[in-house]
Ligand binder design. Sequence first.
Ligand code: NAD
Length: 254
Amino acid sequence: MILDQFKLDGKVAIVTGAGRGIGQAYAVGMAEAGADIVCVDVIDQAETVGKIKALGRKALALNADLSKGDVEAPRIVAETVKEFGHIDILVNNAGIIKRQPFTEHSAENWNLVLAINLSAPFFLSQAVAKQMIKQGKGGKIINIASMLSFQGGILVPGYAASKGGIKSLTMLMANELAKHNICVNAIAPGYIATENTRPIREDAARNKAILDRIPAGRWGTPEDLAAICVFLASPASDYLNGYTYACDGGWLAR
Ligand code: NAD
C-alpha cells in the first residue's frame, strides 16, 4: 500500500542541529514515521530526546561542534554504529547565518558560516556514505539548502555562498552515490519562524515586506517541513536523486 512506503520502521537517522527549530521537527517527524534518531548539536537536546522517546523510539544525543566537521564526522559515525549497528538516513540540518554587509563582512564570519553550513555536510556525508556503502543496503542523505540556493539575498554573503554550494554538492553526491542506492536530495525551506529568522521577524518593515511577497501569506513552521523530510528519507522517494526541493509557501514561484 502506498502509505507503507513512507514508513521508516527499523531505520536509524542522524539529524544535525536537532536541539531546536527545524532540526527538532525533522527528528520528531522521522521518529513518528518509525525511525530511531541520533541527535547532534552543540546545545542541550533534552527536549528533542524527550519528544522522540515519548513516541516509543530510541534517541541518542551527541554533543559535537560542527565547525570542526572533519574531526567530528568520524566520531559521530562511530558512536552511531556502536549504539545502533547501522546508519540509514543523514539529515545535514545544522546551520548558522551572519548578517553583515558584503564590504565589511569579516573573515571570521565568512569562515565560520562556510565551515558549519557547507564543510560539515561534506565531511559528515563522506563518512556516512562510506558506512552506507559498507552496509550494502543503500541510504538517504538530505541536505538543507535555502531560498538563497536560488537567490542572492542581502547582507549574508557567507550564507548565500554556503547554500548555493550545498545545492551543487547535493547534485555531485547524487551522481557518485546513486550506484550504491544512496539517494541525495536537498530541502530548501522558505521563510520559517525559528530562532534563525527572529531578527528579521522583529524588524517590522522587513517582516511586512517578506509577508507581502509570500503567496501563502504567512511564515512557514518547522512542522511544515517535517513531512518532506520523511518523504525524502523513505522508500517513497527511491527514484528522486540530486534535486533541491523548495518548501516555501510559493516564494520562488512569485
Ligand atoms: P536554528 O538556529 O533554530 O537551529 C540551528 C541548529 O543548529 C541549532 O540547534 C544550533 O544549535 C545548531 N548548530 C549551530 N551551530 C552548530 C555547530 N557548530 N555544531 C552543531 N550544531 C550547531 O535554525 P533553523 O531555522 O532551525 O535552521 C535549520 C537549518 O535550516 C539551517 O541549515 C538553516 O540555514 C536552514 N534554513 C532555515 C530557514 C529559516 O527560515 N529558518 C530558511 C532556510 C534554511
